[in-house]
Design a binder for this molecule. Structure first.
Ligand code: CO
Length: 217
């Protein structure tokens, strides 16, 4: 196990390396936060979005929680979205989950870990909603992968349903909500093709998911 002091030593090495490459880097950064992207992702320690996407500090505003949920009553997530959209004027919200998500798995297997079970209840609601669709997938690994994808798509819809995103669209602000999935085993992010950029696209995605459930029933 790594010592806590090691972290501070490594930090000095990192900061020195950056300054060697660009002597004004941190001074420039301190003056300005101007990200184009808001990232809503899972807290999973194996995922390092800024680094993995080739972005520098200052280029992406970040919110993370277990299983990348966008919940209407979560003041933390809503405040991050509101500040990012209204003040920082980001043009892209990326909701990103990942295959093998422990949060989705715990919900799927109805595991008991304590308080977190209540948070994961939101995913269990999705399992109920998509039960016929999921049951139509015979292979358990594929079914679990599909549930990870569905969770992301539903969080994209939830983000699109917030007053913040809808008011931005209403006043003509350019804003897109994307759903991405990450594969820890190969380090690659994939676009799930559910991008929202208007009320119409939100309605279309809702109908598409509704039809998928209906067709499986
Ligand atoms: Co996860």
């Amino acid at each position: 196990m790594k010592d806590i002091e090691t972290l501070l030593e490594q930090n000095k090495v990192w900061a020195n390396r950056i300054v060697k490459e660009d002597p004004q880097f941190f001074e420039k950064l301190a003056d300005l936060q101007n990200p184009d992207f808001l990232w809503i992702g899972c807290s999973d320690s194996r995922i390092t979005p800024t680094e993995g996407l080739g972005l520098l500090p200052g280029e992406m505003f970040v919110h993370r929680n277990i299983a990348n949920l966008v919940i209407y009553s979560d003041m933390n997530c809503l405040s991050v979205i509101q500040f990012a959209v209204d003040v920082l004027k980001v043009e892209h919200i990326i909701v990103c989950g990942h295959y093998g998500c422990g949060g989705v798995k715990a919900a799927y297997e109805n595991s008991r870990f304590g308080l977190i079970d209540n948070w994961l209840r939101h995913i269990q609601d999705l399992i109920q909603k998509y039960r016929p669709y999921l049951n139509a997938i015979p292979e358990p690994t594929k079914r679990f992968d599909k549930l990870c994808e569905i969770n992301i798509i539903e969080q994209v819809i939830n983000a699109g349903e917030t007053t913040i995103v809808q008011e931005a669209w209403g006043r003509g602000q350019k804003l897109m909500v994307h759903g991405w999935i990450y594969t820890i085993a190969d380090g690659i992010y994939r676009d799930l093709g559910v991008t929202l950029d208007s009320m119409q696209s939100l309605d279309d995605l809702r109908i598409k998911m509704f039809d998928e459930i209906k067709n499986a029933s």
